[in-house]
Design a protein around this ligand. Sequence first.
Ligand code: HEM
Length: 342
Amino acid sequence: MASPSTEWKETVPAGEATAFEGYAEALREMQRRAAVGGGKPGRALHAKGFGATASFTVLPDLPAHARQGLFATPATYRAYVRYSNGNGTPQADGKPDVRGVAIKVIGVAGKKIIPGLENAKTQDFLLIRTPSLPFRDAHEFVKVITAASNPLLLLPRVLGRLGLRRTLGLLPRLAKSVGAPISSVATTPYYSAAAVQCGDYAVRIALVSQATDASAKPGTSPDYLAEELAARLRRGPVVYDVRLQFYVDDARTPIEDFSVEWLAADAPPLTVARLTVPQQDTASPRGRRVAEYIEQLSFDPWHALEAHRPLGNVMRARNTAYRLSTQERAAAAEPDVGDGFD
Ligand code: HEM
């Protein structure tokens, strides 16, 4: 096992920014098409979701390499969570899909990255249920995602864009990452699958539930994921450990290749915080107002402290894509300390 290293680096090829602008526009086209007839556009990806209030507690006595940015000082913050399905249009929870969770920690002091939002009080984390992507980079990601907007054309389009060899390698990984059904968002582990800075170090982030009562069987209703969580939250809180894995070297913990899982044997996870979704009634009038507000919010990996700058090509591509998607759907402003719900 290697020690955390500060020797990570990003590799930024010439012309990348232009390609990423094109990708953001292609996703916005998908978003506009999905909204036709339906009025206001939703999210370009992860269109179906449900949210709840939460709290985020940074633990004391962390080792020096973890005590950076948000994790520098033990504290408890208000937070929002939004669980989602990855598809650009809402579909039944039983359908194969990416599953995501987004966290917005509120009341975080310190300079933020996005120009114009330097004084925002929020730090976001976005995670999915797989520790790596089926795709190596943002180019493969967007080529496949935009092709997948029409399932009948998926295979010919992906073949045309990536070639036979790469398509044959990628499709089984793709099927695996979206195929297996989940029974509950409260027992599923989630992973950033992408690195952010942690001061001078680089880390991937994971959420691991403390709940041990995972049911083997997924529900049958189209919205069973929200219904299952609502039932749990009526009974009590759902608590997750927030874990960091530290970069050790480019072979084992690459920054630019998102298809590689950072293995626990190489980069052992360290619990640094706790995310608590407290007992609440999501069906009450307050619960519905909370949910509506969270739908309007914008979760973005670049809503971050300088100390947690997102790293690697997928993250750089997201820097353009999320802004365009949130602009298109006229998302709500970043919440300030006193805004929203307790
Ligand atoms: C490690 C890779 C990625 C992860 C973990 C991830 C995760 C997520 C999650 C959890 C959401 C839902 C946020 C919410 O609930 O509001 C989301 C939305 C979105 N993602 Fe990603 N994503 C990844 C890569 C990408 C890439 C490469 C792109 C495009 C270049 C992209 C474009 C988007 C867009 C446009 C949205 C909707 C933004 C909005 O309107 O709020 N994502 N993603």
